[in-house]
Ligand binder design. Structure first.
Ligand code: HEM
Length: 420
């Protein structure tokens, strides 16, 4: 695993951020922030569409919260690059910084710029688009029905741990042509690599072994899966590129889709407009899924973008190599664009929850996520028609993640049923 994070050759450390600009910066950490980020965004917005922030460890950055300003930044990937090696703070970042997983360089397409990025992202998009939709749906049904079978007899479940979290993992694993057991092992190892330290290096060795074995198998016996399609793609990706981009597809797809499922179930269980116990008349699963993308975006922020030269955004002077954090959820809540859900804005998909521009969620990943999430929510409602929260809504806890707006757990109860 290449570690460029300590190198000073890439960034231009000559100046660093303007320290005066960070007086009074908003801390984006701590329990109060994580339990109600929307309230924090409202407060920050009073200071403009781009505000100085402090990340964990009081690391300075800028949060882009205005919808227009965020679109501007994400539409200019050659000025605001996705490659963290341009950061002017590397000399001040300890190797065990808790947010290292979001900024540590990996040779995946996430960090590529311009044509090099188009070559790799284009190949992944085409390989995803060639996936058989009927097979994808059948897989989602197999996975969701199988998970419900494991708890339906008990009358109780934690819908995060026992349902929402494993679903995208198992579905994406089968798109990779991996058996379920290998998928679980792979994801555990990838999580360990992101934590850093010696255990991370060992885990990365095991990840590489699983992926190299997978590529060897698919070279010998191509199948209807992503690795086989990427191996045959005219972009001629190297083995390292293939491994990196397949892992990225898996990790970038898993957590947000699980979170989308969990947040939608939570909305439907707690909001009368979606009351599930009434027969008929309730708002649809599609409406709930879209409302969550606007109001409770699975990925609240994306870290980050780094301007390659001094510039201005939203009236702020930004130095070359300053960190810009994309405020996806904050931009969705920007009063200038936010739809009124009581008026029924089901058709409005102009939110920023899938990002935007060259490094946004690649076509057709959002559609794949929607198929998975839709089937997950609908299957659960069909199998457990009287499901209700097992705890007061006020006791639900949110994960203390700066990126994911995801519940720790979602305990429910229902009349026990039978396995099918
Ligand atoms: C609810 C589900 C999902 C959400 C909310 C989501 C959101 C996002 C966002 C916001 C980005 C841009 C990050 C940035 O600007 O730095 C992104 C990138 C990406 N997503 Fe998704 N995503 C979802 C599902 C998926 C799925 C299912 C896949 C794969 C099948 C996927 C694959 C990717 C990849 C590969 C990238 C990197 C694109 C690049 O850098 O060129 N995502 N996603």
């Amino acid at each position: 695993m290449t570690d460029f994070t300590q190198s000073s050759w890439f960034a231009n450390p000559a100046e660093g951020p303007d320290q005066n600009a960070f007086e009074g910066a908003f801390p984006m950490y701590g329990r109060a922030y994580h339990q109600d980020p929307a309230a924090a965004f409202d407060e920050m917005r009073r200071h403009g569409p781009v505000v100085p922030i402090l990340l964990e460890g009081d690391v300075p950055g800028w949060l882009v919260l205005g919808y227009r300003e965020l679109r501007y930044v994400l539409s200019n990937p050659k000025l605001f690059v996705r490659d963290s090696r341009y950061w002017n703070q590397w000399d001040n970042i300890p190797p065990d910084w808790p947010l290292m997983a979001y900024v540590g360089y990996q040779p995946s397409m996430l960090f590529e710029i311009g044509e090099a990025h188009e070559r790799r992202a284009g190949a992944v998009s085409e390989a995803l688009a060639a996936a058989d939709q009927f097979e994808l749906r059948a897989n989602c049904e197999r996975v969701t029905e199988g998970l419900i079978n494991t708890f339906i007899g008990s009358g109780r479940a934690d819908l995060m741990a026992q349902y929402a979290n494993p679903i995208p993992l198992l579905v994406l694993g089968s798109m990779l042509g991996l058996p379920d057991a290998d998928t679980r092992a792979l994801v555990g190892e990838v999580a360990t690599t992101l934590n850093g330290g010696p255990a991370a290096m060992e885990a990365y060795g095991r990840v590489q072994a699983i992926m190299t074995g997978l590529l060897e198998l698919k070279r010998r016996e191509p199948g209807p899966d992503l690795p086989s399609r990427l191996l045959a793609h005219p972009a001629n990706l190297t083995d390292e590129e293939l491994i990196q981009d397949l892992l990225l597809t898996m990790t970038a797809g898993h957590d947000p889709t699980a979170t989308w499922i969990g947040n939608t179930l939570q909305l439907m269980l707690t909001d009368d407009r979606f009351a599930m116990t009434l027969s008929g008349g309730r708002r649809s699963v599609g409406q709930a899924l879209n409302e969550v993308l606007w109001k409770e975006a699975p990925g609240q922020i994306a870290i980050g973008r780094w301007p390659i030269m001094d510039t201005q955004v939203g009236g702020r002077r930004i130095r070359a190599g300053d960190l810009l954090v994309s405020g996806l959820a904050a931009a969705n809540l920007d009063p200038k664009v936010r739809p009124d859900f009581h008026e029924g804005s089901v058709g409005n998909h102009a939110h920023m929850s899938f990002g935007y521009g060259a490094h946004g969620c690649p076509h057709p990943a959002p559609e794949i996520a929607e198929i998975i999430a839709h089937i997950a929510v609908e299957t659960l409602l069909d199998r457990l028609p009287d499901v209700v929260l097992a705890v007061p809504q006020s006791s639900l806890e949110w994960r203390s993640s700066i990126q994911m707006r995801s519940l720790e757990s979602l305990p429910v109860e229902f009349t026990p049923g039978y396995r099918i």
